[in-house]
Design a protein. Structure first.
Length: 234
């Protein structure tokens, strides 16, 4: 059965790999055009993937941007959408975080925090959402700004540049209470298994099997007691 999915992302981040987008004018002499691609355009692609598996997008649609509303109105609408979802997807993009603005004043941390908390609304108490981080490619079509695949271990470990994330995302990654490390070269060790409550997947991996990725975070959510969950923004 399809799940209700809320998507959190930096709408205007254009530091992502360009997508080829169709010209909306069918009478034009050309049928495709390069347009500046933002994280919003990847959300459009995500919507198609969700619909293919009968999932329901509880985030804003392309024709209903909330950017023009005053903050209390936005917050009320988003609370309702998140409360009525069971999975939150966070789109990781190179400039998702504005360094000179406190994290408490940016939307993504607030949306993640609300996704993780349990709230009562209209007579129903929500559970913590399952959460998945989907990493978008940068302008050079690589993911190295956040994910780096290394060959130093037989397991071909993947390094996460968590310093570039919001605090509430960082602290809910590699947060399993009883880790299961495996040895790597030079006496070091790496995490194994589902060590993060919020796991990360590359966009190209997610596209191949979106449903499997969502099922993965649902299984993690079913074992939420095994993780040290941080639900507040600092």
């Amino acid at each position: 059965m399809g799940k209700k999915v809320f998507v959190s992302y930096k709408y205007s981040d254009n530091n992502v790999y360009p997508l080829s987008r169709a010209n909306p004018n069918p009478n034009a002499q050309w049928h495709s055009v390069y347009q500046e691609t933002t994280a919003r355009h990847y959300v459009d692609e995500l919507q198609t993937l969700l619909e293919a598996d009968d999932h329901i997008n509880k985030g804003e649609n392309d024709n209903e941007s909330l950017a023009g509303f005053k903050n209390p109105t936005i917050e009320s609408k988003l609370r309702a959408k998140i409360h009525d979802s069971s999975i939150t997807i966070v789109m990781i993009s190179p400039a998702m975080k504005t360094s000179f603005i406190p994290e408490t004043d940016q939307w993504i941390p607030w949306e993640v925090a609300y996704s993780l908390k349990e709230y009562s609304r209209d007579g129903r108490t929500s559970r913590s959402n399952a959460v998945l981080a989907v990493v978008l490619p940068d302008k050079t079509n690589t993911y190295n700004y956040y994910l780096q695949d290394n060959t130093c271990c037989a397991s071909r470990c993947r390094m996460h540049q968590t310093h570039m994330l919001f605090q509430i995302l960082r602290e809910n990654m590699f947060n399993i209470k009883v880790p299961s490390p495996i040895p790597c070269n030079h006496g070091s060790s790496v995490f194994s298994g589902e060590s993060s409550y919020i796991p990360s997947v590359r966009w190209d991996e997610f596209k191949l099997n979106a449903n499997s990725c969502l099922e993965r975070v649902i299984r993690i959510n079913e074992n939420i007691q095994n993780y040290e969950i941080v639900k507040t923004i600092r």
